[in-house]
Design a binder for this molecule. Structure first.
Ligand SMILES: Nc1ncnc2c1ncn2[C@@H]1O[C@H](COP(=O)(O)OP(=O)(O)OP(=O)(O)O)[C@@H](O)[C@H]1O
Ligand SMILES: [Mg+2]
Length: 396
């Protein structure tokens, strides 16, 4: 078992989820924006802040880590210095555990539950002051923290530098898939409103192709995967725009090929890998939906148009169009909303209510497990296969 030598994978670590490549492909614009945001830190040790936002697997985490590491080496090679800590707020999702994580960067033995959050913040302040250098805190998946009453920590950290002097400062890099302004207090919002938001668009097929090609070069033996197979990985991932999905397909396909012992990754290995990942959304969940719910979900899938989410209002407009297409009466708003909530309970989509800058509230719908276009195709197929007749309310 496992004894045969590897012929496909040269370095599996390079396919690992947390691996940070030397260069983040196709993210030059975002790296440049971060450079602009953090210039005051590099030139004068002043505190800076950035908010990184975008859909699943669009490279927020990897870009933030790469940027901070590059900034540190730049400073070191120019006679300067800085320090940083990375906190994943999905894991450290309370104010207390997030602060403890930051403190443990300075004091690894700091006991759990020994101090209050206030005392820990003071202690962090003393460490930053005595370090006399810029300190960057990366709060990744910050929305988890904010949903869990974590707004105080962001406020405290964003004000931190006011009590520091010299080259000691605290800068914040906040990462979230969704907008967080509705969850912050006014003072913190103003810190993150000064043009320092860095957006991560979904990757195009061509960008995904470049990302997997670069990763294959690092992780696999030369020549074991053809250009056509890389194209295939990119087109499977295209509907998601998600690099994590693309790299996962590459990794699974490479493992399947390794198991077969043929010495190359074939198109079928890639297809099998893709199908394994797609099947996460079980067809049976869709088959259980009635016609109105299927139409609603189809409308939402179409309304997404490659975006990470769509507003309830925009989805409802498309719903009216799809109802017409299938000769069905469009239900009223409250009924449509009930369908959306039902489907959220089944894990087919997620909704989020956000406070907008003008004070109003907007409901956003997103679909994380499957590319909306694939979902749309599946639904059209099921509706067809069930023999639905236009104009009738029932399936045949
Ligand atoms: N431009 C890129 N070049 C190379 N690798 C990338 C790039 N973008 C993403 N990746 C890789 O894809 C995976 C997902 O990226 P990352 O974790 O940065 O996404 P994310 O935007 O933080 O997603 P999430 O919101 O789900 O946390 C990682 O393994 C990362 O190394
Ligand atoms: Mg991330």
């Amino acid at each position: 078992m496992f004894e045969s030598g590897s012929r496909i994978i040269r370095d599996g670590g390079k396919l690992a989820f947390e691996y940070v490549p030397d260069r983040v492909v196709c993210r030059d614009v975002q790296m440049k924006e971060l450079e602009v945001n953090f210039r005051p830190l590099v030139s004068g040790g002043r505190p800076c802040s950035s908010f990184l936002t975008g859909g699943v697997g669009t490279g927020k985490t990897v870009t933030a880590k790469r940027f901070v590491a590059d900034m540190a080496s730049y400073l070191h090679s120019h006679g300067g210095t800085m320090d940083s800590v990375y906190v994943n707020c999905r894991i450290r999702n309370s104010e207390y555990t997030a602060i403890l994580d930051i403190l443990r960067h300075f004091d690894p033995g700091c006991p759990d539950r020994g101090f209050s959050a206030e005392e820990m913040l003071q202690s962090i302040g003393r460490h930053v002051a005595s370090g006399a250098r810029p300190f960057v805190v990366i709060l990744d998946e910050a929305d988890s923290l904010l949903r869990n009453n974590g707004r105080n920590i962001i406020y405290q950290l964003s004000r931190f530098s006011e009590s520091l002097s010299g080259r000691a400062s605290l800068s914040l890099m906040i990462i979230s898939q969704t907008s967080i302004s509705g969850m912050l207090d006014e003072a913190s919002i103003s810190t993150f409103r000064r043009g320092n938001t860095v957006r991560f668009n979904l990757y195009s097929r061509d960008e995904l192709r470049q990302i997997v090609a670069a990763r294959a070069e690092l992780a696999l033996y030369p020549g074991v995967i053809s250009g056509e197979c890389l194209d295939l990985v990119a087109s499977l991932a295209e509907g998601y725009g998600d690099a994590r999905f693309a790299i996962e397909v590459l990794e699974r396909a490479a493992n399947i090929a390794e198991g077969e012992g043929g010495g190359t990754v074939t198109a079928d290995n890639v297809r099998t890998a893709g199908a394994m990942i797609y099947s996460d959304v079980s067809e049976s969940k869709l088959e259980d939906l009635d016609l109105q719910r299927m139409i609603s979900l189809l409308a939402i899938s179409r309304a997404m148009k490659g975006m990470p989410h769509v507003t309830l209002t925009a989805a409802e407009k498309t719903y009216a169009v799809v109802c017409e297409e299938y000769g069905q009466p469009a239900r009223k708003h409250t009924q449509f909303w009930t369908y959306v909530q039902d489907m959220e309970r089944s894990g087919l989509l997620t909704t989020e209510v956000r406070r907008e800058v003008d004070g109003g509230r907007t409901t956003y719908i997103s679909m994380e497990n499957i590319p909306p276009r694939e979902m749309g195709k599946k639904l059209e197929y099921i509706i067809d296969a069930k023999g639905y007749e236009a104009g009738s309310r029932e399936f045949r």
